[in-house]
Design a protein around this ligand. Structure first.
Ligand code: ZN
Ligand code: ZN
Length: 363
């Protein structure tokens, strides 16, 4: 079939929206109509050169929800018409991580980046040149292995659920699954983009007492407060470590870094009290390294990483939908703006300007 898709060719160049070919799902694969897909910073990281794209030209996009259009041979868990949310990591169900309920660390899938497991591709350019692709949700339709999909209830509008598979599970999951924030504890959040806002609302769900939002753009604080921040620190004007240590009698119990930079990982570490935990959530640069002082570490402090919110998608996604229906998880507020696929570059500009919680593409 033919479909419109956003193709990334090279860093610091606009993403191009083109009509491309998409072949039928093979064994174990599913064709999904993408209902809504979020403009997430981890795609933009390849555009601005923070991380290196695995292969180009690449059909981008990974945070999405949609409806199953057609299933390939040997697919039994899905049928046409099912509402699905994409999980950003594979879940083979067999490796040592999947077997110990840590599917976010799954290493059982041996596909080369940009290829399906069988070493071929489903997307190609109009002239037949193959295109690299992962979940490839910046497209009207995509073909993915069935183990990346989570079937969800069909009584919630599917486009509302676009961000569950990335921003929500990464942010809320970092709080409840990875760091296991205790009720009554204090929390600082460095970086108030789409994932940072979900760390903030995760801290609310976990029962945190004080939630301090840190950013260099004051425009983000409107959203941070909407999602539950009790205090804000403008890091472009104030030393955030000193401000947090002063506000909390020696530091917060938990600090989350949601930017992916060595300097802010160190600041997060220096913001926690003795016995506290600093958690890196932001995507690190390809060759990033961080240095931390040893004496503070000696006082029972922890520096940990959180990958895809230590999420268990088949458990967590239905739970997030329950929380949303109970009014305890903000999904509507996360969708500040909607754009068509042709405005993918503008969607990333929205994100960089700090004027949106998330821009959602409706392809
Ligand atoms: Zn993402
Ligand atoms: Zn696995």
């Amino acid at each position: 079939m033919r479909t419109m898709a956003a193709v990334f060719y090279a860093p610091r160049q606009p993403i191009r929206v083109e009509e491309v070919n998409l072949s039928d799902p093979k064994s174990g694969e599913v064709l999904v109509r993408v209902a809504a897909t979020g403009a997430c910073h981890s795609d933009y990281h390849a555009v601005d050169g923070h991380t290196k794209a695995a292969a180009v030209p690449l059909v981008m996009g990974h945070e999405a929800a949609g409806v199953v259009e057609k299933v390939g041979p040997n697919v039994t868990a899905f049928k046409a018409g099912d509402n699905v949310v994409f999980a950003i990591r594979p879940m083979c169900g067999k490796c040592k991580y999947c077997s110990t309920n840590r599917p976010n660390l799954c290493n059982g899938i041996k596909a080369k980046p940009g290829f399906m497991v069988d070493g071929t591709q489903r997307f190609s350019k109009a002239d037949g040149t193959p295109l690299f692709h992962g979940l490839a949700t910046f497209s009207q339709y995509t073909v993915v292995p069935e183990w990346t999909l989570v079937k969800v209830r069909d009584d919630v509008p599917i486009e509302k659920l676009a961000s569950i598979g990335c921003a929500v599970v990464t942010g809320v999951g970092a709080v409840v699954n990875t760091a296991e924030v205790k009720p009554g504890s204090t929390v600082a959040v460095y970086g108030c983009g789409g994932v940072g806002l979900n760390v903030i609302q995760g801290a609310v769900i976990a029962g945190a007492s004080r939630i301090i939002a840190v950013d260099i753009a004051a425009s983000k604080f409107k959203f941070a407060k909407m999602f539950g921040a009790t205090d804000t620190v403008l890091a472009s004007e104030t030393d955030p470590v000193k401000a947090i240590v002063d506000m909390t009698d020696g530091g917060v119990d938990y600090a989350f870094e949601v930017i992916g930079k060595p300097a802010t990982v160190r600041q997060a570490f220096e913001s926690v009290c003795a016995g506290g935990t600093a958690c890196m959530v932001g995507v690190p640069p390809t060759d990033g390294e961080v240095t931390i002082p040893m004496r503070p570490l000696f006082l029972d402090r922890k520096l940990i990483g959180s990958s895809a919110g230590t999420g268990r998608p088949r458990h967590d996604f239905p739970w997030f939908i329950e929380l949303y229906l109970q009014g305890r998880l903000k999904l509507d507020e996360l969708q500040t703006r909607f754009r068509p696929l042709t405005e993918i570059n503008e969607a990333f500009q929205d994100m960089l300007s700090g004027t949106v919680a998330r821009t959602i593409i409706k392809p």
